[in-house]
Design a protein around this ligand. Sequence first.
Ligand SMILES: Nc1ncnc2c1ncn2[C@@H]1O[C@H](COP(=O)(O)OP(=O)(O)OP(=O)(O)O)[C@@H](O)[C@H]1O
Ligand SMILES: [Mg+2]
Length: 317
Amino acid sequence: MALSLFDKRFLFFGGKGGVGKTTMAAATAIQAADLGFRTLLVSTDPAHSVSDSLDQKIDGEIHTDVHNVNNLWAIELNTENAMRTYSEMVSQQDPSGTITEFFGGDDPTSLSPPGADETVAFIQLLDFIQNPEYDIVVFDTAPTGHTLKLLQLPEMTQSWLYRLIKMRRRLGGMMAGFKAVFGGSSGTSEEEAFDKLEELRDQVEIARVHLANPKETEFVAVLIPNIMAIWETERLIRALYEVSFPISQLYINQVQPENPSCSYCKSRYAGQQENLKKIKELYEEFSLVEIPMFEYEIRGTLRLRELSHMLYKDHSI
Ligand SMILES: Nc1ncnc2c1ncn2[C@@H]1O[C@H](COP(=O)(O)OP(=O)(O)OP(=O)(O)O)[C@@H](O)[C@H]1O
Ligand SMILES: [Mg+2]
């Protein structure tokens, strides 16, 4: 059984593609809501599947009230529009690429601005981190690579913004363009755009503090007991340590039940048991939760709630 997650404010579910991140995030959000917490389930995966999991159309802008669950809302972050504005603005303001070159071009160790999609997603994330409307925000994240970029962003954005602010005079008119991306309307003055950047820098700093605080934030790594998922989990955990992101729980999903009467099941079971042993050795200081492979797809609030009871039974708070 899982340790209590419900004394935290921000719960992230991440891991390799297809291991059950969305399912675990949705079941956990339902449990949090059933315990009486005002809960928001946020998908940061550009290939959203919260709608499919909840079996209900979830909006990209508005927090959708989830059917059959009191206290639960959901949103699938729509970064496309914001990204388009960002790209247009960069190309309009810097047609010759001088500024980008000044910041070091494509060299990853340079001062070049962080990637557009992650930046926009992170700026949207800031809103949730500072929103007092919800007691708990559960994040269903994209497969590992994308999510790591997102979580490494505070540090990158921070240093980028510091440099950008320092270079203010040299950047001149570009500031007004940034304002349009970071929440202002077009045609604003350079001064206002500059203020907005400073405000953003401070918000990013606040977000970093919240996300690194184990009293507030927990990242649950979801995996299945196979070697490739174990390797990817290892990379994920190392990278999370590097950005000081709290992680202490692993949900091991799709564990095969023992079935000696079928030879295919027997060998799958034996292989998984071997890998489970490895996982236990590697992560003895973690809280490990095993979730069996169900006979059916876990979709819709009814099935998700059944899973949540299994995951969090005996849990009050
Ligand atoms: N324990 C389980 N037993 C049976 N089916 C499961 C189990 N866990 C997840 N599934 C099913 O596996 C599929 C993939 O799960 P899910 O979408 O949660 O994975 P994901 O990690 O979010 O995938 P993606 O990387 O594509 O976002 C879904 O159809 C889900 O219902
Ligand atoms: Mg998913």
